[in-house]
Design a protein around this ligand. Structure first.
Ligand code: SF4
Length: 476
């Protein structure tokens, strides 16, 4: 998928004016935010668990080479194969060569953000292989030819009427007068279609929530069971995973799993947690004949030891998206690539470079909710600030913004001058805004006043009020 993050502002404006998107996004609060809060409130050891999870990931990242090699040894001992890939091109070529070696025509896919990062569907299609998404949300996005908008709920930006429309347009062999009024009817239809795809697939591709070094296993969590059918029915199972998915032991994965479902969907545990360890053994009644792990770097190893290393702790739970006021207002497609919301605003520039992903680190009010709900305690606002600094130092922001920041820095580092300026501004704006109490437009503030009124100052500047309060306290 070609990134369009540079068009973030235009995308966001269009999203704000899209009534269906706005209607769909209201589901975020009841669907994720409230359920997560309830789950966390029932768990007194929540903070302790977060600390434990952070320690596991920090340890793993500090010894990543050791655990990656350990993982490969165990995969091979189990009869599988690990393919080390520097970038998406290498990973796609690897997937294609596995498919060709099996003369595969159809591939079923479980949900995989790494697959999105690689744009593996487009690549396979261009090479004569049909990929079929089996996660219901991903399937809907696939038949609508859309890019990702949420990392765990791919169709969260759609209302059910849009889904019904897409089903009618795609499943043209079914009765055109059938009822598709509610989610149950649509799920039943998708299930019927999917069953045939599962049975006919030559290769199954899944992502991985975790890779386990001590056993050479991969773990996926789903709520639909599609991942299990994707990986057990075809002749080969390909796991697409980035290298930071590694944890040392099954017990470590179990610790982080307790955080994952609660943070993601507000469940105690996802409906299915599936551990895959190698291909089918002689004593197994089913399972794939081949097990491949395509291990993608794509810029991640370059983050180790930098101020962005913490981002490699991310477990893709989406809590930061679900709690972000910016994401809630504009949805995920505005971010223009695979990873939206606060985690995307850090990860996208980290993987693609700030030149490709400008605007994204600015898509934040810095309210701090993302960091406070992140189960892995990733300091997202701090890292966005680092990207903003780079954007500034490389002269990537518009000239007006640069001059504004320079003027601000000049004043902010001279407290006396700053006070004179802020007192003067409060006086002048207070005088001119007195009649209405607000401004409908202001020079240099169109970014604000084009969409809402700017309140006029109602009295003294903060500094004066603060000084007055301090004097009052000293006298008391
Ligand atoms: S940054 Fe934190 S909250 Fe956001 S997806 Fe990653 S782990 Fe979840």
């Amino acid at each position: 998928m070609k990134p369009t993050s540079h068009a973030f502002k235009a995308n966001a404006r269009a999203a704000l004016g899209d009534p269906k998107l706005q209607q769909a996004m209201t589901n975020l609060r009841a669907g994720f935010v409230e359920r997560r809060a309830l789950m966390v409130s029932r768990m007194p050891e929540w903070e302790q668990l977060r600390d434990q999870a952070v320690a596991i990931k920090k340890h793993t990242l500090a010894h990543l080479d050791f655990y990656l090699e350990n993982f490969e040894r165990n995969v091979v001992a189990n009869g599988g194969q690990v393919h080390w890939c520097r970038d998406a091109a290498e990973a796609n070529a690897t997937v294609l060569s596995i498919c060709r070696s099996l003369d595969a025509k159809t591939v079923t896919k479980g949900k995989s953000m790494i697959g999105e990062e690689m744009a593996v569907n487009d690549y396979l299609e261009a090479n004569g292989i049909t990929p079929v998404e089996t996660d219901l949300g991903e399937y809907i996005i696939q038949i609508r030819h859309e890019g990702p908008s949420h990392i765990i709920a791919p169709a969260v930006h759609l209302v059910k009427e849009q889904v019904a429309e897409s089903f009618r347009a795609t499943h043209t062999h079914l009765d055109p007068n059938r009822k598709l009024d509610d989610a149950r009817q649509m799920c039943d239809e998708a299930r019927g279609i999917m069953r045939q795809k599962f049975l006919g697939a030559d290769v199954g591709i899944t992502g991985a929530n975790f890779l386990i070094a001590e056993t050479g296993s991969s773990i996926i969590v789903t709520n639909e069971g599609n991942g299990d059918l994707t990986q057990t029915l075809p002749r080969a199972h390909i796991v697409l995973a980035s290298l930071e998915k590694m944890v040392p032991t099954l017990e470590d994965a179990a610790t982080i799993l307790r955080l994952l479902a609660r943070s993601a969907t507000g469940q105690e545990f996802s409906a299915y947690t599936t551990i895959s360890t190698g291909p089918r053994r002689a004593s197994d009644i089913d399972g794939p004949g081949q097990y491949h792990v395509v291990l993608l770097d794509n810029g991640r190893s370059a983050l180790l030891g930098t101020e962005f290393e913490d981002m490699l702790r991310c477990i893709r739970c989406a809590a930061c998206l679900n709690h972000c006021p910016v994401y809630e207002a504009i949805g995920g497609k505005s971010y223009g690539w695979v990873y939206p919301g606060p985690m995307g605003s850090v990860l996208t520039p980290s993987l693609l470079g700030i030149e490709e992903a400008g605007n994204l680190p600015n898509a934040s009010t810095f309210c701090g909710r993302c960091e406070s709900v992140c189960p892995m305690k990733i300091p997202l606002p701090k890292m966005m600030r680092h990207w903003r600094e780079r954007e500034f130092s490389r002269h990537l922001n518009p000239a007006a913004a640069r001059w504004g920041i320079l003027a601000w820095a000049f004043l902010a580092t001279r407290p006396g001058l700053y006070r004179i300026f802020s007192d003067g501004a409060a006086l002048v704006l207070g005088y001119f805004g007195k009649a209405r109490g607000r401004f409908r437009s202001l020079p240099l503030a169109g970014g604000w006043t084009d969409f809402r009124d700017m309140p006029a100052p109602q009295g003294q500047s903060f500094h004066r009020l603060y000084a007055r309060e301090r004097r009052r306290k000293e006298r008391a």
